[in-house]
Design a protein around this ligand. Structure first.
Ligand code: THU
Length: 139
């Protein structure tokens, strides 16, 4: 089943998810909220670690939550991402390269929106965020 994504609701959920980020090292609190093709919403936040490279991004945390709930059938319809400083100042954010690869895995046509400090949202199709993405060759 496919439900038209409720972008306004997703964006609110992304802002809310950012409040729960664990980001003591970068002080960048990132939240993501995605809508599955099933209509369900899943959220994630970044989770950092004293061993810096093992920290994880908000987008992939939300994807992990969706796959945990829906299994391999999960398809991404839309995702919203927002970021804030520790003092709650809104900061610009755009999905990192690894997250872009993860987004297109589950929904090349997904609607991706990310928040700007003035409160506006950039909206782009996942596919357009990562031209020439890696595709596992079939033989
Ligand atoms: N971060 C995300 O959560 N998503 C992105 O797409 C970019 C970066 C997080 C990772 C790290 O905890 C912090 O932002 C600074 O890089």
């Amino acid at each position: 089943m496919s439900t038209a994504p409720d972008l306004a609701a997703l964006r609110r959920r992304a802002i809310d998810a950012a409040q729960r980020a664990y980001a003591p090292y970068s002080s960048l609190k990132v939240g993501a909220a995605l809508q599955s093709a099933s209509g369900a919403v899943y959220t994630g936040c970044n989770v950092e670690n004293a061993a810096y490279p093992i920290g994880g991004c908000a987008e992939r945390a939300a994807i992990a939550s969706a796959v945990q709930a829906e299994g391999a059938a999960f398809r991404l319809a839309a995702i919203a991402v927002a970021a804030f400083a520790r003092d709650a100042e809104a900061l610009p954010v755009s999905p990192c390269g690894a997250c872009r690869q993860a987004l297109v895995e589950f929904g090349p046509a997904a609607q991706v929106s990310f928040r700007q400090p003035d409160g506006s949202w950039v909206e782009v199709e996942a596919d357009a965020l990562l031209p020439w993405r890696f595709v596992l060759p079939e033989r």
